[in-house]
Design a binder for this molecule. Structure first.
Ligand code: B16
Ligand code: MG
Length: 221
């Protein structure tokens, strides 16, 4: 039996492993246009890591609009349809630079790896990009009832791996996700703009900046 390392790594999906954030943005933007709402790229930051329901609630709020429950459901499924049309074209080439070598390093050094994503489409994306086999545990939007910044998506994964929360290292690209990791006493690593993710314990622009030496520093933190 392989000796498992004490620390575990939890990866967010959208914006960390793959750049599906751009697909979400495009699909929400087009949907919002249909109901005469426009929103800025900086407002879009607030949609990252946030569930589908919460995202639509925010967009409607920005446009000062309210819709019936039935209409709300229709809008969500229309957004998801467009989003999935982009996801369907994804391949291994859509994995963000540097991600695979970090996953390979962690796997070959017997670290447990979990996925902690708000997305209900996480499994389809992992399948398209051929990454499913890296993950010991997958927790996605189908399994949690509380959205980030609530830490449920991360604590659930941690508990399934039998790892203490303070021994978990979370890679996140969203403000809500960094707050979720911090709320659970986990080590938070921001992937993206350091000024946006200023509450993270560590910041990197992308995974190409994370080599073995950096990983060992994070592990020793
Ligand atoms: P879906 P993550 C999140 O994924 C996205 O960042 C967020 O923009 C999206 O609204 C949410 O998933 C729900 O996605 O509509 O596919 O269920 O960053 O937590 O991996
Ligand atoms: Mg994300």
């Amino acid at each position: 039996m392989k000796l498992q390392n004490k620390k575990a790594f939890i990866f967010d999906l959208d914006g960390v492993i793959v750049d599906t954030a751009k697909f979400h943005y495009l699909a929400w933007k087009n949907l919002a246009k249909k109901i005469d709402i426009d929103f800025t790229e900086s407002e879009n930051e607030q949609l990252k890591g946030v569930s589908r329901v919460k995202s639509l609630e925010k967009i409607l709020q920005w446009g000062n609009k309210s819709v019936s429950d039935n209409q709300f459901e229709k809008l969500m499924s229309s957004k998801n349809e467009e989003y999935l049309s982009y996801v369907d074209k994804m391949t291994e080439e859509d994995i963000l630079p540097g991600v695979k070598s970090v996953l390979d390093f962690l796997k070959s050094n017997n670290y447990l790896i979990a996925l902690g994503s708000a997305s209900k489409n996480a499994r389809i994306i992992l399948k398209h990009t051929n990454l499913t086999h890296y993950f010991d545990v997958i927790v996605d939007g189908n399994e949690v009832s509380n959205a980030k910044p609530d830490p449920e998506v991360f604590t659930k994964g941690c508990d399934m791996m039998d790892v203490k929360h303070e021994d978990a290292i979370v890679f996140e690209d969203s403000q809500a996700g960094i707050q979720a990791a911090n709320n659970a006493n986990m080590i938070s690593v921001g992937i993206g703009s350091a000024s946006i993710l200023n509450e993270a314990d560590f910041n990197f622009n992308d995974f190409t900046e994370i080599d073995e030496q950096v990983l060992n520093q994070i592990i020793a933190f």
